[in-house]
Ligand binder design. Sequence first.
Ligand SMILES: [Zn+2]
Length: 450
Amino acid sequence: MITERPTLIIEGGRIVDGLGAPPQTGDVVIAGERIVGVGQAATTECHAVDRIDATGMTVMPGLIDAHCHISFDEPSSNDELFFHRREGLAAIIAARNLQKVYRAGVTGILDPDSLYETSIDLRDAVEAGIVHGPRMAVGGNALLTSVGGTAGRLLPDEGRRGYGKVVRGPEEIVAEVRRQIKNGVDWIKVHVTGLTPRQQVTGELQVWNFDELRLVSDTAHELDTPVVGHCRGATSIRDTARAGFDLILHATYMDEEALEAVVEARSPIVPTFTFQANLADHGGAVNSSPGLRDIFKREIEDSAAMLKRAFAEGVPLLCGTESGFSLTPYGDWHYRELEIFVRDLDFTPLEAIRAGTSACARALRLDGETGAVEAGRLADLVIVDGDPSEDVTVLADQSRIREVMVGGRRMPLGPIEPERGDPPGWRVSTHSDRILDYDFVQGRSGPDRT
Ligand SMILES: [Zn+2]
């Protein structure tokens, strides 16, 4: 049962609207789940019951993370993700992890693919008021051809494992898309590129052909469901855009032809640089391999210019972080894509905020409905002690996040109880972090053989 809530007025805050307008000081009036007034005169006509004093603070739309894997629980490897997760526990732990996500000022996430499709149930539980969480739009299993995806041979030749489902040919593609839509997904996710053991080229290979991409896209669209593709590499981006995909994740290594295709289709892109940037900037501290750090650093450097051109030509760029891995734990890095947009794509802070809020509303299938401080929109808001329109990194400090609201409901903040541990068998366990060669024991260590 939804109880009637009093009108709420957030008074005297610095309003950053999420649409790119310069900040203005004023009030925000909320009735039920929506914003009903914004600005200087907003309060004059209503009899407020609840008031929040936001003087000196910023009122802005909550962040929307357009690429967050809520069911993964921070694995440090694909092995852990595919072989150490259990369906029931994955769902229970995801419900807990959602508490971290909204405490970071995130009021919406797109979870494009989930372990055992548990995010469908989690979304429904949030919407029914069973657990606190941000708004969620979810995919089911990612569709993979029998070539696999980025997890290579860990994926089976057929059937499903973890977050992935192998589809062999047109019949299975159509059947799987329809099955997922029947079960309630918001998006169909496709791993358009992947890795093979003996490839001569660096980077990922396109593992779907154009006709297959078109078939996924047409089948989903016939059932009013959008399609999102994971694409690294020029031809995959070109074909995905031409096949009518509604969102492209990564879109790195575009060439002129791929750029032309995304500009023509106005295909929204979620570059998702946070994972790479965390690895490049902080990977040393967690013993990531220097080779890997280098590859990811270059991926940002090599792709920034093309993404800037795409944006200049009218292609929407959305913020997503790939939160859910050991390098991108929940609650800590959702703000960081905004920082990278400023640092590497030359966005102003206001442009970055727009990319992480109103532009991302389409990832929730709520374009025009959320992501902005504007009368008529859903009251998905945060109040921040600081001015993100000057420096987006103030959003990194959770002690500055004073209020989080989803649909006008004030979310509980503060510590998450109880303190958690890991269930048995949940993490990859290792006997050692190097090979115990004799020379090493004798102090005559050569290069580490691991
Ligand atoms: Zn991802």
